[in-house]
Design a protein around this ligand. Structure first.
Ligand code: AMP
Ligand code: GLY
Length: 424
């Protein structure tokens, strides 16, 4: 089967490598892909948001299957357009992708169907939001309704900070139309867990759990980023908590989407916080997480393409989705200065990868046969091993063999997970 993958980050690189290992995979195209993905797929310079261009390409090449992974094309209806053109897809349609596309929608869904989440109020005018913020408890969380490159949630410690956040989001519109409405949410505390799941709208199959490291600096300091590293499994996510999440969150969410006439098919990402009152949903994503995918898929023992076809076909209950008992760690190498100002265009030197090691490229382009940095997050060094401690050591050893000017990485990816595992 010839497959088209929409997107061009580290997550897509991990998806493409897993698809390539499938028995039935033929040619793989990445739209647009990147300089590193070019080693594993034919990259075609069509933007992930150019829905017409994607459909045109899929038709011209008569691809058999398409996998749409980034949030923007999903929310824009890329799957609807491809399916209408006769191309079967993995990924939710536009009606279902709203679960990530609008935080107001997802909050109302959780409230209506009693899915545990932070208490919250919605506002469509800055004045009303400000008068509420005068009386609310701090810290609180101010969130833009729509997509905001993962930066739309601001934790505020006082009315002054909250007023500045409202001004940024609703008045100055730093996230554009995403700031037409905001949510003001109760601040929750506890370890965070990412659970990606496959679902065909009937069956939900959670993948191995993972832990993201969103802040730029060691010890979870500095600005929020797209993710500086991940480990899997997440030691806080015990079997008991997994069972509770299945009963109170995962199945109720699938049923709620069905009841709303918005059946979700694809990868549904549950961003959870394990509070003292039980697990609560912090966010839903309508797609694989980045860089969670880079640690989850290397542990998948089953054929990813078969699972994706079963999700599309509504036969997921018949698939055996198996994960290894090993652990995985991904250390992101970024350009110094990310997530604010950084330089690019530096040559990357990559080592050979051994068994149980992968390098997933996110921000690099090919020029004259050389791989050059082109983004904030440049790549992820990933290793799997029988224990979390070994996976972390091996991922850092691999990262140490990669070089480019101005490279920056956190030095403590997995440290908290390791401490939790040891009960510290
Ligand atoms: P979101 O964009 O909703 O995923 O939020 C981004 C990050 O902000 C989350 O990963 C949490 O670390 C934090 N966050 C979001 N909502 C809350 C909340 N209600 N309480 C505490 N932290 C939150
Ligand atoms: N790693 C968080 C996300 O993909 O949204």
């Amino acid at each position: 089967m010839d497959i088209l993958v929409v997107g061009g980050g580290g997550r897509e690189h991990a998806v493409i490598k897993a698809l390539k290992a499938s028995r039935r995979a033929g040619k793989i195209y990445a739209l647009p892909g990147n300089g590193g993905i070019a080693a594993d797929a034919e990259c075609v310079p069509v933007k992930a948001t150019d829905i017409e261009g994607i459909v045109r390409f899929a038709r011209a090449k008569k691809v058999d299957f398409a996998v749409v992974t980034p949030d923007d094309p999903l929310v824009l209806g890329c799957v609807d357009a491809l399916e209408a053109a006769g191309v079967p897809c993995f990924g939710p349609n536009k009606d279902a992708a709203i679960i990530e596309g609008s935080k107001v929608f997802s909050k109302q869904l959780m409230q209506k169907y009693h899915i545990p989440t932070a208490a919250s109020e919605t506002f469509s005018s800055a004045e009303e939001a400000l008068s509420y913020l005068k009386t609310c408890k701090y810290p609180a969380v101010v969130k833009a309704d729509g997509l905001a490159l993962g930066k739309g949630a601001l934790i505020v410690g006082s009315y002054e900070e909250a007023a500045a956040a409202v001004d940024d989001i609703m008045v100055r519109r730093v996230f554009g139309a995403s700031g037409e409405r905001i949510l003001v949410e109760e601040f929750l505390e506890g370890p965070e867990v990412s659970v990606l799941s496959f679902t065909d709208g009937k069956t939900v199959v959670p993948m191995i759990s993972s832990m993201d490291h969103k802040r730029a600096g060691d010890g979870d300091t500095g600005l929020n980023t797209g993710g500086m590293g991940t480990v899997a499994p997440n030691p806080y996510y015990t079997k008991e908590i997994a069972a509770e999440c299945m009963e109170k969150i995962f199945l109720p969410t699938i049923r709620a989407m069905n009841a709303e006439g918005r059946t979700f098919k694809g990868c549904l990402y549950f961003g959870l916080m394990l509070t003292k009152d039980g697990p609560k949903v912090i966010e839903y994503n309508c797609r694989f997480g980045d860089p969670e995918t880079q640690v989850v898929l290397p542990l998948l023992k089953s054929d990813l393409l078969e699972i994706m076809l079963a999700v599309r076909g509504g036969t997921l209950s018949k698939e055996h989705v198996r994960f290894s008992q090993d652990a995985a760690c991904c250390v992101v190498l970024a350009s110094e200065g990310y997530p604010t100002k950084y330089e690019t265009g530096f040559e990357i030197s990559l080592p050979e990868t051994g068994a149980n090691e992968s390098i997933y490229v996110a921000g690099a382009r090919l020029e004259g046969g050389k791989l050059l940095t082109s983004g904030g997050r440049v790549l992820g060094a990933v290793a799997t091993a029988p224990t979390l401690g070994e996976a972390i050591d091996r991922a850092y050893a691999l990262a140490g063999k990669i070089s480019f000017a101005n490279a920056y990485m956190r030095r403590d990816i997995g440290r908290r997970a390791l401490a939790a595992q040891k009960g510290v």
